[in-house]
Design a protein around this ligand. Structure first.
Ligand code: SPV
Ligand code: MN
Length: 657
């Protein structure tokens, strides 16, 4: 069980500032008058002490407080090109930032949870004892900001005042990190004290890129102190490692939900988006997908986009499931973003009027960004994450260097995106979630969409996500289990998190249960009796799967019951395909929705085996797997290992007779 404020508070221990008068005296000689005046507006003593200790530890030449005022935000924008962390591009408001070639993604091999003795963490995460972390931080962060300005921002992870919003401090020497925070998060400087009072806590993030040289990268670390809700990051710049308001604080939010807000809240790696259904009604979805598996694209399919990465969920007084986006912008992968697949995003990226920080794309000789899979004519040369680039350039091993890194990204405010539902996104009451989706990258097993028959089965869909490794983690390879697509961000044992999921979705307080569904866009022809690895579906089909779920959530379409859950009937899908201008041959439907029982059974066996190795996994998970296995085996005994939709219908009719 996690305990807060346990063990030595590393930041305070290194800084040594323990009283307010000490902090104020320190501000007196380390901050100019304007900065002191800004800090003077903050009454929360704990926050002032954190800032003071960060100053003592990092020893900056100057301190800049970013209040979120137009002038402060503008100053941060200007500092970045001055310092060289970003370069202005010809398109107004666009800049490019490059991370070091070896740091193009989250450095999972150097990311650690700081733990107290006897504390358990996820078996898949790295941990470091508190005393060792203390030594490391003291050795490497002491004086790390010399010659630099330390930037301090006060942010809210969510619309201010929302029950699930949490305030956070971002303290960094990186102008790129602060500029990104300005775009991705809401400032809460003016209401920081009240918000800490309301939420009962705040997160603290301290980062410095140091000299930002490749030779320092082995020393780079991301440390997350679960007990003191404080992150430390050093010698790195990639936002997933440094802008710890994002995944660092998401991890803390997962802990809080799991250990202190059971049956009240969840903190998920999910998009939030609304889809317009019949009569103009808007139905909101929250959907989990592992990094690099099309989460942003799915979110953008909605008519009322809210967020593409994170969701804070809670059960409201009226028994509905609510969600807010802790962020207000996207840090999205650009690979394969094209006019055809992502028209709204493309407009922001290719037409003037949006502030965009590009990272790790190719910049051509005209200062125009390019990336793989954008559907445009690629340039022959330019500058990318590896330096000068030309068509056919290879690395030291003779491997072609891609035009842009697969994890190259764009950072922009959601306001710029045409389908952004700003009113709903900023509502502290959140949006009512009627559908939860779970998706991975699965080429041969699960159908494009299926709906859990009850909350337990829904939780098991989340527990069973699987995906191929993506470019979002340095060095990741192979097929990975991706429970809830949140696994990399679950600090404690998976069993605790799973238990919290069962409790939450079965809670009698959750009077309006959401539909819980699996999605899979990655079935290939080869896996369904054809040839090759080409996909059976297209990106634009996502609208159909979501559209069907929308109707199902309102009880307006029937479905075929199978051991894994409910699947759509052909006659309900066909008009949805027609509405996106596509024919939907019955033959394709038959391929997509026939159950390949052996594959599913093998999948269940794989998941079970892995979960049996972990301690304290709720028995309910195994009971659901068992129930599904029995159903599948009965089908197989009767129809063989490939069960057609017709046979599924026959079997389900038999059952109800
Ligand atoms: C992800 O990889 O899931 C992201 C980007 O959303 S990062 O900030 O690196 O986590
Ligand atoms: Mn993510």
């Amino acid at each position: 069980m996690l305990e807060l404020k346990k063990g030595l508070d590393i930041l305070t221990e290194i800084g040594g500032v323990r009283a307010l008068d000490q902090a104020l005296a320190l501000f007196e000689h380390t901050c100019d008058k304007e900065t002191r005046a800004k800090l003077g507006q903050i009454a929360n003593e704990e926050a002032l002490l954190k800032i003071a200790n960060a100053i003592v530890m990092t020893e900056p030449d100057a301190v800049f407080v970013n209040t979120g005022s137009d002038a402060d935000v503008q100053r941060v924008r200007e500092m970045s090109p001055e310092k060289g962390e970003e370069r202005a591009l010809p398109m107004k408001g666009h800049t490019i930032h490059f991370d070091l070639p070896q740091e193009q993604a989250r450095i999972i091999d150097r990311t650690f949870y700081i733990v107290n003795e006897g504390e358990e963490t996820s078996v898949l995460a790295l941990k470091i004892p508190r005393a060792e972390a203390y030594e490391y931080i003291k050795t490497h962060m002491k004086g790390i900001a010399r010659g630099k300005t330390l930037l301090v921002g006060f942010f809210s992870r969510g619309p201010i005042g929302a029950p699930a919003a949490i305030p956070a401090l971002e303290i960094t020497t990186s102008t790129y990190v602060m500029h990104s925070a300005d775009i991705l998060y809401r400032h809460v400087y003016a209401r920081f004290d009240q918000e800490v009072e309301r939420s009962g806590l705040f997160f603290t993030n301290v980062h410095s890129e140091g000299p930002n040289r490749p030779e320092d990268l082995p020393l780079a670390r991301v440390f997350m102190d679960r007990s003191w809700l404080t992150t430390f990051a050093m010698f790195c710049t990639y936002a997933g490692n440094t802008l710890l308001l994002k995944k660092g604080n998401h991890r803390f939010a997962v802990d809080l939900a799991t250990y202190f807000q059971r049956e009240e809240k969840l903190s998920e790696h999910m998009f939030i988006t609304g889809l317009t259904g019949p009569g103009g009604r808007v139905t909101y979805f929250a959907g989990a997908a592992p990094s690099g598996c099309g989460k942003t694209t799915t979110a953008m399919v909605g008519s009322h986009f809210i967020g593409d990465d994170l969701a804070q969920l809670w059960i409201a007084e009226d028994g509905t499931l609510r969600a807010i986006n802790p962020e207000c912008g996207i840090f999205g992968i650009v690979q394969d973003v094209s006019r055809e697949s992502d028209p709204y995003l493309m407009k922001c990226l290719r037409e003037e009027g949006t502030e965009v920080i590009w990272s790790n794309v190719l910049i051509d000789e005209h200062g125009v960004p390019h990336w793989e899979g954008n559907g445009e004519e690629p340039p022959k040369r330019g500058i990318n994450f590896q330096g000068q680039w030309w068509e056919g350039k290879t690395d030291a091993n003779g491997k072609p260097i891609p035009l842009s890194h697969p994890n190259a990204r764009c950072t922009l405010h959601n306001k710029a995106i045409e389908n952004y539902d700003e009113t709903a996104a900023e509502d502290p009451q959140g949006v009512v979630i009627k559908v939860i989706t779970y998706s991975g990258r699965d080429s041969d097993t699960m159908p494009p969409v299926w709906v859990a028959r009850n909350p337990d089965h829904g939780v098991v869909i989340g527990a069973s996500i699987l995906s191929a490794a993506t470019a979002t983690e340095v060095g990741a390879r192979g097929i990975r289990r991706q429970p809830w697509a949140n696994e990399p961000f679950i600090p404690g044992p998976l069993a605790d998190y799973m238990d919290a999921q069962f409790v939450f979705f079965n809670s009698p307080k959750l009077k309006h249960k959401p539909l819980m569904a699996g999605l899979n866009y990655f079935l290939t022809h080869g896996a369904r009796g054809g040839e090759g690895t080409a996909l059976l579906g297209e990106k634009r089909d996502v609208k159909v799967w979501l559209g069907w779920l929308e109707l199902r959530a309102h009880g307006e379409v029937g479905a075929i019951e199978t051991p894994i859950g409910f699947i759509p009937r052909y006659e309900d899908l066909q008009p949805l395909f027609a509405s996106i201008g596509k024919e939907y041959p019955r033959e394709l439907y038959n391929k997509q929705f026939a159950l390949y029982v052996d594959n599913i059974l093998a999948r269940i066996a794989l998941q079970e085996e892995a979960y049996r190795k972990e301690k304290n996994i709720p028995a309910r998970l195994f009971a659901i797997y068992q129930e599904q296995r029995e159903g599948l085996e009965a089908l197989e005994a009767k129809y063989g290992s490939i069960v057609s939709v017709e046979q599924l219908i026959e079997a389900s009719e038999k059952k109800t007779e």
